[in-house]
Design a protein around this ligand. Structure first.
Ligand code: GRF
Length: 211
């Protein structure tokens, strides 16, 4: 069973979905630590409620981003983390963290990348006028939402949608697809080759609802 370190800055609903999947046995993993750069993050309360160690690492307590990430890496190592999951973590990840966990940092983004990276992806999608929005789980590299794609789920944009209603429907899909991606990793089925993430065994035993 792999140990997960979750980095979250806010509400933590994706963290909750990951914890729930672990507790339900749908995911052969355990949440080993939750780390937040925001002492007021609701994610910290969620962790505490489930007996998961919750750690606050404030950016302003470190002189540089590298120093800040060294503190995070130390905490992840202390909890013997195998895979780092960004779940609403509102910072760009740098070399220190990426080098400590090569191709072992994942993120979820509320758009079908490479469309609409960065902040307010759902608003960007609505303003652009796309008919299909969605979410993406990807491995993290140094760019903003630019790493190799693991799984994506489409979400149709409906007549009358606003940012709130679209975000809500995308979020429902996020809560399914993130645990699925982590489960694939936990089963040793993800192989990164350049920009492509191959899913080993795909075609023989596809995940339900993954195309
Ligand atoms: C989600 O929409 C996620 O895709 C994005 O930030 C939001 C975090 O929500 N990266 P939550 O904190 O998991 O509820």
């Amino acid at each position: 069973m792999i140990a997960l370190g979750v980095l979250a800055s806010g509400r933590g609903s994706n963290l909750q979905a990951i914890i729930d999947a672990c507790e339900a046995g749908r995911l052969d993993a355990r949440p080993a630590v939750v780390i937040s750069d925001n002492p007021r993050a609701q994610a910290l309360e969620r962790a505490a409620r489930h007996g998961v160690p919750a750690v606050v690492v404030e950016r302003r307590a470190s002189k540089s981003r590298d120093d800040y990430e060294r503190v995070i890496v130390a905490s992840l190592r202390e909890h013997a983390v195998d895979l780092v999951c960004l779940a609403g973590y509102r910072r760009l990840v740098g070399r220190v963290l990426l080098d400590a966990f090569p191709w072992r940092v994942m993120n979820i983004h509320p758009a079908l990348l490479p469309s609409f990276p960065g902040l307010e992806a759902q608003r960007q999608a609505l303003e652009y006028g796309v008919k299909v929005a969605g979410c993406t789980v990807h491995f993290v590299d140094e760019g903003a939402d630019s790493g190799p794609v693991i799984l994506q789920k489409p979400v149709p944009v409906l007549e009358g949608d606003d940012v709130e209603s679209l975000s809500e429907r995308i979020l429902e899909q996020e809560h399914q697809v993130y645990p699925e991606a982590i489960a694939l990793y936990a089963a040793g089925r993800l192989k990164v080759a350049g920009r492509r993430v191959h899913i080993l065994g795909e075609g023989k035993e596809p995940w339900p609802d993954v195309h």
